[in-house]
Design a protein around this ligand. Structure first.
Ligand SMILES: Cc1cc2nc3c(=O)[nH]c(=O)nc-3n(C[C@H](O)[C@H](O)[C@H](O)COP(=O)(O)OP(=O)(O)OC[C@H]3O[C@@H](n4cnc5c(N)ncnc54)[C@H](O)[C@@H]3O)c2cc1C
Length: 226
């Protein structure tokens, strides 16, 4: 287990926080898109661990998580943690591991954006052709909104909002309504490897949408939570 200390955190949306940790000694190795096990510690011993996707690129020194505060065993401890507090981190794995594919499509809903940010941050540095779709209820719940603006010239960024669109500044495109096959096809050719993460219902709908557009199952990587 690798020990990390809390460097900073901020509220990204009403119930979602972003945490950035610094490695105390050696940093954990992982592939973009993979989940890690995040441990709460007491007297240096693990008392609870939960899967959490890394949101940072593995090339960064610091480790970032985007976490929905659900008031459970781990999140209630994170909520009280102060700067310098320690956590344990272990490599997990998972189906969303990015292995250098050149043409990719990323689809997320809610905190499912965490593994997509890891892939986006890493793969955009490597010159991959990226189409990124993120679905949210309304503008104030769009996670990483400011950072996504910066990727406008490196990736196609499409945000779908179920409750109205804000005026686009050109860096990303906003579509109103639920993400569906029509919106996917309108903004990206489908000959890519697709990574999907979000609530289980959304993952199921995206799998159906992608297969209806002729994407083979071998080109769809899905991870659903909750
Ligand atoms: C591969 C993978 C990757 C993930 N990545 C992320 C990520 O990047 N970000 C993220 O936010 N989540 C992620 N999750 C989900 C995360 O692991 C869960 O939300 C996790 O359970 C939170 O841990 P917790 O200990 O705070 O909650 P838990 O204690 O596990 O509780 C889970 C739920 O049960 C409720 N609950 C707990 N105790 C009680 C009780 N006594 N009575 C009633 N309800 C109760 C809590 O309120 C909560 O809603 C991921 C899950 C998986 C499988």
């Amino acid at each position: 287990m690798h020990i990390y200390t809390l460097k900073e955190w901020w509220k990204e949306a009403p119930s979602v926080r972003i945490f950035r940790f610094k490695p105390k000694t050696q940093k954990v190795q992982f592939l973009p898109g993979e989940f890690l096990f995040l441990h709460a510690l007491e007297n240096g011993q693990s008392i609870v661990k939960r899967p959490m996707s890394a949101a940072s690129s593995p090339e960064e020194e610091e480790l970032e998580f985007c976490i929905k505060m659900v008031g459970g065993e781990l999140t209630s401890r994170l909520e009280k943690m102060e700067e310098g507090g320690e956590v344990g981190v272990e490599r997990g794995g998972g189906v969303l591991a990015y292995r250098g594919e050149k043409r990719i499509g990323l689809i997320s809903g809610g905190t499912g954006i965490a593994p997509m940010m890891s892939i986006l941050r890493y793969a955009s540095q490597k010159g991959a052709d990226i189409a990124f779709f993120h679905s949210a209820r309304e503008e104030k719940t769009v996670l990483y909104k400011k950072e996504l603006e910066k990727f406008g010239d490196k990736a196609k960024i499409v945000i779908t909002l179920t409750r109205g669109c804000w005026e686009s500044k050109g860096a990303w495109i906003c579509e109103e309504g639920r993400l569906n096959a029509e919106i996917l096809q309108k903004h990206a050719d489908t000959e890519r490897v697709w990574f999907v993460c979000g609530p289980l219902g959304m993952c199921k709908a995206m799998k159906e949408a992608l297969t209806s557009l002729g994407v083979p199952l071998s080109n769809i990587k899905l991870e659903g939570w909750g």
